[in-house]
Write a protein that binds this ligand. Structure first.
Ligand code: PLP
Length: 373
């Protein structure tokens, strides 16, 4: 099977992990974690970075640090990998779903005023499939809602290397007051499991560190300021992460090359009724997390690809249709994308012959236009 994705591990990553092992630094404290946090700060141009165990916990930690919990509501897009909604639940708050915008497939800022209530405390804007959310609009919404003190949180888990270009180029991961990343094995920068939180607010950064580190401050050993927890990333993971961040530009550019190759080969089909590409706004430069297309005939295409040993996959279910997040409402774009979009194999350094093969298979699949699905 041609896999959906695979990490890019070189001798640099191997050497970095071995070095950490050899020095005995294996826990969540010490120079390897600090180096990884510094590498992230520098890469993204932010003042503070905190490495944590994964991207879901990164979101949970942010919500806790903002004091969000029982009785509060957090607005989440109706189409995303479910982690943001799960993180809201994990702190005892309620996720309130809002449709995605048809032109960006990210949370629709215009729907936020109607979805906000007296209890709304935050919006988790996901840079979906590597496309930055519409942060200019989100800021406007936030200004309109100042009274309620709504915080915009950026979930950049899928957007390593994406660019938001409205008032100059800005990097995903630096587009909101606080941003999170995942470094799961299928993400563009990967540590296997891993996550991070980035912000420029020193007070928030200290709060995040306090919670993630058992509620202990560095000044007074074993003095627990609050009942914290342990969300620390291990040194082995951090060593791997530093080696990956050094290759940030190479790894993200390689994914863009994969997207360009797919675009070139599939664009003849984009003019037909059979296939369309994931849209990209003029102000956005997407990072190609997983190359995403849509079709009213998705089932036939995905089955045809899988029959040829290609791990193409249908995108997530819309959150309002899943048991834990059920919500009444129309969500037309989230549901349409959920029913039609699918992923083609994507990874950094994917051979061009593999892309050729996948595209030939797509071109050769006989589509019965009388059986949409
Ligand atoms: C992968 C992902 C996460 C969660 O990351 P993990 O590290 O797997 O916990 C969160 N949000 C989005 C949008 C993701 O794609």
């Amino acid at each position: 099977m041609i896999p959906l994705s695979q990490p890019s591990i070189t001798h640099q990553e191997r050497n970095a992990v071995n070095q950490a092992l050899n020095t005995g630094w294996i826990s969540g404290t010490g120079p390897y974690v600090r180096d990884f946090e510094t590498a992230l700060k520098v890469q993204l141009g932010r003042d503070h970075a905190l490495a944590v165990t994964n991207g879901t916990v990164a979101l949970e930690l942010v919500l806790r640090a903002l004091g969000i919990g029982v009785g509060d509501e957090v607005i989440v897009p109706a189409l995303t990998f479910a982690a943001p909604a799960a993180a809201v639940r994990a702190v005892g708050a309620t996720p309130v779903l809002v449709d995605i915008d048809p032109f960006t497939w990210t949370i629709d800022p215009l729907d936020i005023p109607e979805a906000s209530t007296y209890f709304t405390r935050a919006v988790i804007a996901v840079d979906l499939l590597g496309h930055p959310a519409d942060f200019a609009w989100l800021d406007t919404v936030q200004d309109l809602s100042k009274r309620r003190n709504i915080t915009i949180i950026e979930d950049a888990a899928q957007a390593h290397g994406a660019i938001y270009n409205r008032i100059g180029e800005e990097k995903a991961g630096a587009l909101a007051y606080v941003s999170t990343f995942s470094f799961h094995a299928n993400k563009a920068i990967s540590t296997g499991e891993g996550g991070a939180v980035l912000t420029n607010d020193v007070d928030l950064a200290e709060k995040l560190r306090l919670i993630a580190n058992h509620g202990m401050t560095s000044e007074k050993p074993y003095w627990h300021e609050i009942a914290g927890t342990n969300y620390r990333m291990t040194s082995l993971t951090a060593a791997l992460g530093t080696a990956q961040v050094k290759r940030w530009d190479e790894l993200t550019a390689a994914r863009r090359d994969v997207a360009a190759a797919y675009d070139e080969r599939l664009s003849p089909l984009f003019d037909s009724e059979v296939l369309y590409r994931r849209p990209v706004a003029q102000w956005a430069k997407e990072s190609c997390w997983l190359y995403t297309v849509g079709s009213p005939y998705r089932q036939q295409l995905v089955e045809g690809l899988r029959a040829k040993g290609i791990d193409a996959r249908a995108i997530w279910y819309a959150l309002p249709d899943l048991p834990p997040y059920k919500q009444d409402g129309y969500f037309p774009t989230a549901r349409k994308v959920s029913q039609e979009a699918f992923w083609l194999p994507t990874w950094s350094g994917m051979p061009i012959e593999t892309i050729d093969y996948i595209c030939e298979v797509i071109h050769d699949i006989p589509i019965s236009t009388r059986v949409p699905s």
